[in-house]
Design a protein around this ligand. Structure first.
Ligand SMILES: O=C(CO)[C@@H](O)[C@H](O)COP(=O)(O)O
Length: 243
C-alpha cells in the first residue's frame, strides 16, 4: 500500500491526550447532508475531527440510512475524514466499496464479518483505516487477536440501529480494558466510543480511555453544532486532565 497513506493512518494514532470528536451525520437533517457536514467542519477554528456516517441496511439493524453513492458524494463536499460505521449484513462484500468511495475509516461488526483479517487488509489496500465494532453484547477478550490487524476499535455504548438512546455505562469496562492493552503496547488501535455520548457522559468515556467520541443528538440536536463540538472536546480534555 502507499506508504503515505499508511503514514496518515499512523498520524491518527496521536498521543492520546487530544480527544477527537466525530459528529454522527444520521442525527442531522438528512435532506441537507453537505450543509450538516459544513456546520461541524470548523472553518478557521478547529472543528470536528471526523464525520461519522452510520450505514444501516435494514437487516443487520432495523433501520436504513446511507449507501455507497451517498458516501461518494459526501466525500466531494466535505474536507472532514469520513468515518463509516457499517451496520450491515455481509460487510465482506460491501466494506471496500465504502473505502473506494472515499471513507477514511471503515468499521465493521465482528459478528457480521466472515474473514475480518482479510477484510482489514483489503480496506488498507484500498487506502482506508480498518475498524472493528463491538455491539454491547459482544465482549472484547475473544477478539483481541483479531484486533491486532485493525486500526480502530469502535465500542458501541448503545444497541446499534438508532440515535438518541441512553449511554450504557457498563460499556466503559471494554474501553478501560482496551486502553490498558494499548498503553501496555499489546494493541495499537484508536479507541472510539459511540452512542449516547453527550456533555453528561463524555467525561466518563474520556476518563475510561477513549480517543474518539461519536456524538449525534448531542451535536445535531442543538442550535449550534459547531459549539456543541467545542464543548464536547473541552469536557473530554478536562477528563484527560488537560486544560
Ligand atoms: O451507531 C449509532 C447508533 O446505531 C450511533 O452512531 C448513534 O447514531 C449516535 O447517535 P447518538 O446516540 O449520539 O444520538
Amino acid at each position: 500500500m502507499d506508504p503515505d497513506v499508511r503514514a496518515g493512518h499512523r498520524a491518527d494514532r496521536r498521543p492520546r491526550r487530544e480527544p477527537m470528536i466525530a459528529p454522527s451525520l444520521a442525527s442531522g437533517d438528512l435532506a441537507r447532508l453537505a450543509d450538516e457536514a459544513r456546520a461541524v467542519a470548523g472553518g478557521s477554528d478547529r472543528g470536528a475531527d471526523w464525520l461519522h456516517v452510520d450505514v444501516m441496511d435494514g437487516h443487520f439493524v432495523p433501520n436504513i440510512t446511507f449507501g455507497v453513492p451517498v458516501v461518494r458524494s459526501l466525500a466531494r463536499h466535505t474536507p472532514l475524514p469520513l468515518d463509516c460505521h457499517l451496520m450491515i449484513e455481509d460487510p465482506d462484500r460491501w466494506a471496500v466499496d465504502y473505502a473506494e468511495a472515499g471513507a477514511h475509516n471503515v468499521s465493521v461488526h465482528v459478528e457480521a464479518v466472515r474473514d475480518p483479517v482479510a477484510l482489514a487488509g483489503r480496506l488498507r489496500d484500498a487506502g482506508a483505516r480498518a475498524g472493528l465494532a463491538l455491539a454491547p453484547q459482544i465482549p472484547l477478550e475473544p477478539h483481541i487477536g483479531t484486533l491486532s490487524h485493525f486500526d480502530t476499535l469502535l465500542v458501541m455504548s448503545v444497541p446499534p440501529g438508532f440515535n438518541g438512546q441512553r449511554f450504557i455505562p457498563e460499556m466503559l469496562d471494554k474501553v478501560r480494558a482496551a486502553r490498558r492493552l494499548v498503553d501496555a503496547g499489546e494493541l495499537d488501535v484508536l479507541i472510539e466510543v459511540d452512542g449516547g455520548v453527550n456533555l453528561d457522559t463524555i467525561g466518563a468515556a474520556a476518563a475510561a480511555g477513549a480517543d474518539c467520541f461519536v456524538a449525534g443528538t448531542a451535536v445535531y440536536g442543538t442550535d449550534d453544532p459547531a459549539r456543541a463540538v467545542r464543548l464536547l472536546r473541552e469536557k473530554a480534555r478536562a477528563a484527560y486532565g488537560r486544560p
